[in-house]
Design a protein around this ligand. Structure first.
Ligand SMILES: [Zn+2]
Length: 232
């Protein structure tokens, strides 16, 4: 499908595979948030304290041109830190673990399952500006299905991280493919990037569409078409 917009699109196809292979357990993820984590070069990045984060937000307020100590802004750094905990809570969750519980009593059901129009809010990793959109997630089971809300959870976990839409699309599809091993997976994301609509080129009303098709969704034109006909 057509892509446009964010300049960060040039990524290898297997970006999401690499990202999810590094996943260990939910416990390790929580530990990562609590203390720190190893970066790509094997250097430990310790997690700054809440006080350090709040001090950083005070610096940013002053840099933007206001007085962080005035009444209206005094509590803002701690509120922003709490908001960040919510906006980036996806780092603490393991999307693979979410998909591990499956149901096998499906009477041979082998048609497409699609969860449509899953609203998400993410944040672009280039500007930390909101990416607001919807996701369509479909798969054709191979002997087992997953609770439908779990597909929405996977979208949510990857959304609540610093992202580019292309990578997020691939991560969602790759994770479902790896864990459920279905006959195929299709993922379409449509989103508005606030770094583009509220600043920069100021193009309101534009959205970006990305897709990732695996297995039957990639190989079989009528399967792909059936899925895409459910994306509005
Ligand atoms: Zn951006």
């Amino acid at each position: 499908m057509a892509k446009n917009g964010d300049p960060g699109g040039q990524r290898p196809r297997n970006e999401g595979v690499r990202a999810t292979k590094g996943t260990t357990t939910a416990r390790a993820k929580v530990e990562r948030l609590r203390s720190g984590f190893l970066n790509k070069e094997g250097v430990t990045l310790t997690r700054p304290s809440r006080a350090e984060a709040e001090a950083a937000f005070r610096t940013i307020i002053r840099w933007a041109g206001d007085d962080p100590e005035r009444d209206g802004l005094h509590e803002t750094p701690s509120r922003v830190a709490r908001a960040f905990e919510e906006w980036f809570k996806g780092y603490a969750d393991d999307p693979e673990a979410i998909l591990k519980k499956t149901f096998e009593e499906i009477e041979g059901y082998d048609e497409m399952i699609v969860l449509r129009g899953i609203r998400f809010e993410s944040y672009c990793e280039h500007h930390m500006a909101p990416i607001i959109g919807k996701a369509w997630v479909g798969y054709i089971p191979n002997g087992r299905v997953v609770g439908i809300s779990k597909l929405a959870r996977v979208v949510e976990i990857y959304a609540k991280r610093l992202q580019i839409q292309e990578k997020m699309t691939a991560q969602i599809a790759n994770t479902i493919q790896q864990v459920l091993q279905p006959q195929g997976v299709g993922v379409v994301l449509k989103a508005e990037h606030h770094c583009m609509t509220t600043r920069g080129v100021h193009k309101h009303g534009t959205d970006m569409v990305t897709s990732r098709m695996l297995g039957a969704f990639r190989d079989n034109a009528s399967t792909r078409q059936e899925f895409l006909s459910m994306v509005e």
